[in-house]
Structure formats: C-alpha cells, structure tokens
Ligand binder design. Structure first.
Ligand code: 5GP
Ligand code: ZN
Length: 119
C-alpha cells in the first residue's frame, strides 16, 4: 500500500470501483474513462510503480495479469478479440503510477485511433 495511490485505495476498498474480478493478488475494474465499449484494468494489489520498477520477484504476478486478460475479456463480451496495453513511465503515457494492464475492445474511439496509427 502506497499513500496517495489511487489504485492502492481502490484495491483496499477505500475508493469504490466498478469491479469485474478480485482475488488475493489482483483486482480488475472498469476504467472510469473508457476508450472503447468495454475497457477495464487488471491491477496487482501489490504497489509496483510500473514495468520499469518490477523485479524478478514480480514474474508470477505479471503472468497472472496476462493470463487473466482473456478470461475476463470473454466474460465482458470480448470473446472474439480485444486489445491489451501497459503504459510505462510518463514518457510511455502512464498517468497512474501503479502498474496496470488495460484490456479494451468492442468498438470505440481508441480502436479507431489505433487502427489509423498502425496503417
Ligand atoms: P494510464 O494512463 O496510467 O495507463 O491509465 C490510467 C487509467 O486509469 C486511465 O485510463 C484512467 O481513466 C483510469 N483511472 C484514473 N483514475 C481512476 C479511478 O479513480 N477509477 C477508475 N476506475 N479508473 C481510473
Ligand atoms: Zn498503488
């Protein structure tokens, strides 16, 4: 738990969220500003700032985030496909400095924008 970290506060229940999953190590909840019809975040309960500060001890947790993505995506109606994203560091577009995996899809402005960038 890190003071003044919004995702630590969500993980501990101090701040409410629209939860899609929770276990001992991980919580997943809908993004407050969705960029697609479905957009949720998979977040370790342990405060790790970003991929840049993750250590070999975090390997199991990192694997759990990715392994959960298809399971939760299917449950949220994205069984035909979805996007995943981890922003790392301010220069990598990260705005909340508690590691998280974005999962999104189902149509929406981010998908349109990303498709344009990738062409
Ligand atoms: P980042 O830019 O760090 O990769 O993503 C942070 C994400 O967290 C953003 O998409 C933002 O909308 C979301 N977010 C920020 N604060 C809150 C909050 O209090 N609740 C929820 N559910 N999402 C949040
Ligand atoms: Zn935190």
């Amino acid at each position: 738990m890190s003071d003044n970290c919004i995702f630590c506060k969500i993980a501990s229940g101090q701040i409410p969220s629209n939860k899609v999953y929770e276990d001992e190590h991980v919580i997943a909840f809908h993004d407050i500003h969705p960029v697609a019809r479905v957009h949720f975040l998979i977040v370790p309960k342990k405060h790790v700032e970003s991929l840049l500060t993750a250590t070999p001890d975090d390997q199991a947790m990192l694997g759990q985030l990715l392994a959960l993505a298809p399971k939760l995506a299917r449950e949220q109606g994205l069984g035909e496909g979805f996007r995943t994203m981890i922003n790392t560091g301010a220069k990598g577009g990260q705005s909340v400095f508690h590691l998280h995996l974005h999962v999104f899809g189902g149509g929406g402005k981010a998908e349109t924008a990303m498709a344009a960038v990738m062409q």
